[in-house]
Write a protein that binds this ligand. Structure first.
Ligand SMILES: NC(=O)c1ccc[n+]([C@@H]2O[C@H](COP(=O)([O-])OP(=O)(O)OC[C@H]3O[C@@H](n4cnc5c(N)ncnc54)[C@H](OP(=O)(O)O)[C@@H]3O)[C@@H](O)[C@H]2O)c1
Length: 275
């Protein structure tokens, strides 16, 4: 990317994103500048990347960076943009990662190049889909550079802004949904067996990885995989029937709840950013 690249906020997602971009060669440490509220959280990271600069303030970072990733919590984005705005170069490119925050709201306080990027915790494994939308001020050169950088850690998918809610559910929230499903699956297995939780977990983890490999690397469709395990109905088929009966309603409810929450977050953001 052009010039230095700044990262404001080294929390759960900012940490994974920056670590992944460095680990997989999208960025080199000498071109990165970081600032975050609790600087002590950076100590282990800096010892691994001594060439990386840490700024005492967000404004110092903004003065030195052409591209700035804002990885603070959704409610804190406005304060950070207002703080750094006077220090940013006129053609600076802001990249933010907060799903519930629309570009039109950000544009009310920053009249420049804005990209919305939704990564996932799984970017740390390079198996992630990164959702991206640019505003009209982002040039082709800016978007190409950003997308090239992100494509080294995952699959970049450009989407319309109104598709971020469901898109984020199935890419960015999904690791938590999948972990929650497997947590209940494992707990029920332990309840009905003599396996310890640790033993059951080890079996489930390996089987999940193998299943994901068959589905993604070998591109086996869901139904074909089910048919290959549940031959002639049998025991697996009876289990699959339970899931077929109960899960559609569970997932309809899940999407209803997350979409409602998205609407509430959006309404909160509309209020915060004003008209
Ligand atoms: N977690 C995910 O899987 C995920 C996925 C996609 C998108 N997102 C989005 O990413 C954003 C951040 O989420 P997160 O889970 O990474 O939250 P988080 O763990 O709370 O990280 C936020 C970081 O920003 C720092 N910070 C807060 N205010 C700051 C300021 N004024 N200046 C500098 N640093 C500041 C915080 O400092 P402290 O350490 O002092 O609190 C913290 O390190 C959210 O909008 C979220 O929706 C998250």
């Amino acid at each position: 990317m052009e010039g230095k690249v700044g990262f404001i906020g080294f929390g759960s997602m900012g940490g994974v994103l920056l670590r992944s971009l460095l680990r997989y060669g999208s960025l080199i440490e000498q071109e990165v500048i970081v600032s975050t509220r609790s600087r002590e959280k950076l100590s282990g990271f800096i010892s691994k990347y001594p060439g990386l600069e840490v700024m005492q303030s967000n404004t110092e970072l903004a003065e030195r960076c052409h591209t700035v990733f804002i990885c603070v919590g959704t409610n804190e984005v406005k304060g950070v943009i207002e703080e750094i705005n006077p220090s940013l170069a006129e053609d600076a490119h802001l990249v933010y990662i907060s799903g519930g925050l629309t570009i039109s709201n950000v544009a009310k306080i920053y009249d420049g190049k804005i990209s919305k990027v939704i990564p996932s915790l799984t970017c740390g494994t390079r198996n992630c889909v990164i959702l991206v939308h640019h505003n009209e001020k982002v040039t082709e050169d800016n978007s190409m550079r950003l997308e090239r950088c992100l494509s080294k850690i995952g699959t970049v998918k450009i989407i319309a802004e109104d598709q971020f809610e469901i898109g984020a559910d199935i890419t960015s929230c999904a690791p938590a949904f999948m972990a929650a499903m497997m947590k209940h699956f494992t707990a029920a297995a332990v309840k009905n067996s003599v396996f310890s939780e640790e033993e059951a977990l080890a079996m489930v983890r390996t089987t999940m990885l193998g299943t994901a490999t068959l589905l993604s690397k070998r591109k086996i469709p869901f139904d074909s995989l089910i048919d290959r395990v549940a031959t002639n109905g049998g025991i697996t088929g009876d289990g699959v029937n339970v899931l077929d009966e109960k899960l559609p309603a569970v997932f309809d409810e899940l999407f209803a709840v997350t979409l409602a929450k998205n609407d509430a977050v959006k309404a909160g953001m509309d209020e915060q950013y004003g008209s």
